[in-house]
Design a protein around this ligand. Structure first.
Ligand code: ADP
Length: 231
């Protein structure tokens, strides 16, 4: 098998007296969608934050394409995050003062692209996410489902290799949640990006190629037999 795109090994992280991760790990290959599941407070988001280089683990390593992310200084780590990763959170976290088009163009503008080409590409992504009519509106003037599709467009616009999605449908009803998941997974597959999806909803995890379970700060691969999918 080829090397993974991203691998976290034996990750440990505490916040004061609270142990969030105690030997968690996960490997991610290009083009696959992996769901991280588990009860609330089990360490799922902390694992995502460590793998994405947002939080530095106390111990263990995160390697992205041969580079050790977990010991990289802040500056290069943020630069790598900006150029290689895309993020979708539960509440879109769009910039309220910007239009939806400007929000989607933002990652390109931050990496130095000129306004016109950045906005042209942003418009294409809004169309792909079937939310082009939101282009000139501000996030406060669109529905939750539309806002989340704008957030997915923003996560994908700079052609990331990995998309980190933390409860991306957590604030949506099931109809909008399923549309967001379908559009996110389709877009990722088309660009061969990997998706790391944190969710506690089996309905959302069903969009993944495989599942990893986190419990009490430890992770393990869910095998098919255990899930009752064989035999
Ligand atoms: P999950 O995503 O599975 O709900 P988290 O990774 O958010 O779990 O949290 C795991 C544990 O770490 C929880 O007990 C949580 O309260 C704690 N925790 C997470 N982030 C912080 C933080 N920034 N400061 C203090 N405690 C935190």
């Amino acid at each position: 098998m080829t090397d993974p795109l991203l691998r976290g090994t034996d990750l440990r992280k505490s916040f004061g007296p609270t142990v969030a991760l105690t030997g968690a790990g996960l490997a991610l290959w290009p083009g696959e969608v992996v769901a991280v599941m588990g009860p609330s407070g089990s360490g799922k988001s902390t694992l995502l934050h460590c793998l994405a280089g947002i939080v530095q683990p106390d111990a263990g390593t995160v390697v992205y394409r041969g580079e050790v992310l977990s010991s990289m200084p802040d500056g290069p780590r943020s630069a790598l995050r900006r150029s290689e990763f895309g993020f979708v959170f539960q509440f879109g976290q769009l910039v309220p003062e910007l239009t939806c088009l400007e929000n989607v163009a933002l990652p390109l503008r931050l990496s130095g692209q000129r306004r016109r080409p950045a906005e042209r590409l942003a418009r294409d992504w809004l169309a792909r996410l079937e939310v082009d009519d939101a282009a000139d509106k501000r996030p406060g003037d669109v529905s939750g489902g539309q806002g989340q599709r704008v957030a997915v467009a923003r996560a994908l616009v700079a052609s990331p290799k990995v998309i980190f999605a933390d409860e991306p449908t957590g604030a949506l009803d099931s109809f909008n949640g399923e549309r967001v998941m379908t559009l996110l997974v389709d877009a990722a597959k088309r660009t061969n990006a990997a998706v790391l999806l944190v969710t506690h909803e089996p309905r959302v995890a069903a969009y993944s190629d495989r599942e990893v379970i986190v419990r009490d700060g430890k992770s393990r691969q869910l095998d098919l037999e255990e899930a009752g999918l064989t035999g």
